[in-house]
Design a protein around this ligand. Structure first.
Ligand SMILES: [Mg+2]
Length: 217
């Protein structure tokens, strides 16, 4: 029996199904995927730009404009925005129910720890007028930490330490789920228990299995 006092979740690829490539994003947005934008070089440049966006170094309009510029105008800033909005697909089946069950059955605190940006982040929040947001499952969590607000991102060590400070839980008592192995390994390096989730599989079932194995519920 491990003494887990905090269950921490990544968002994309764990609770929320998202696009994994520019081509997928274009398909979701019903825009053509130009071959010139699918090269490894373009992927590297987009990744570097997205990393600046995730730590709040540039805002949404900067990102849309700069990402459009990277494509040499093949996509306008407005089209980049359309792709960016379409990037978030749907909550995984059973994810919201699993969080609800965890809240009901366990006294552990719960946390969202996401590399994200302002325009994606607001999609979990209630809309003006009070209707649920587009992807509200994470509203059930006690704490929600976003990279663009903290101005730090996974797999950097600092964001994990910030999560410990926010919750008052020491690393040895944290169980963390993320689909990216570098984020899992970084969590383990600060003493967290961390498990990689396969984003192509049944993420809720994987997490339920781990929660049982760790004696959380
Ligand atoms: Mg992820």
């Amino acid at each position: 029996m491990k003494d887990i006092r905090l269950v921490a979740f990544d968002w994309g690829g764990v609770i929320l199904r998202i696009c994994r490539s520019w081509a997928e994003g274009c398909a979701a947005a019903r825009l053509p995927a130009h071959a010139e934008t699918l090269t490894p070089e373009m992927k590297t440049k987009r990744k570097a730009l997205a990393e600046r966006y995730h730590v709040g170094e540039i805002d949404c309009d900067d990102f849309f404009r700069l990402a459009s510029g990277l494509t040499g105008g093949l996509y306008t800033p407005s089209q980049v925005r359309t792709i960016h909005d379409a990037w978030l697909l749907a909550e995984y089946p059973g994810a919201a129910e699993l969080i609800g069950e965890l809240r009901a059955k366990s006294s552990a605190q719960t946390l969202l720890l996401s590399n994200t940006n302002e325009s994606h982040w607001v999609r979990h929040l209630p809309k003006v007028g009070g209707a649920a947001g587009d992807f509200p499952a994470v509203m059930q969590l006690h704490h929600r930490l976003a990279s663009h607000v903290l101005k730090m991102a996974k797999p950097g060590r600092e964001i994990y330490l910030a999560a410990e400070r926010q919750t008052g839980v020491r690393g040895e008592h944290v169980l963390f789920f993320d689909d990216l192995i570098e984020n899992v390994e970084a969590a383990r390096a600060v003493g967290w228990r961390a498990e990689q989730i396969d984003h192509l599989g049944d993420t809720a079932a994987q997490m339920r299995g781990h929660l049982r194995a760790y004696g959380v519920m």
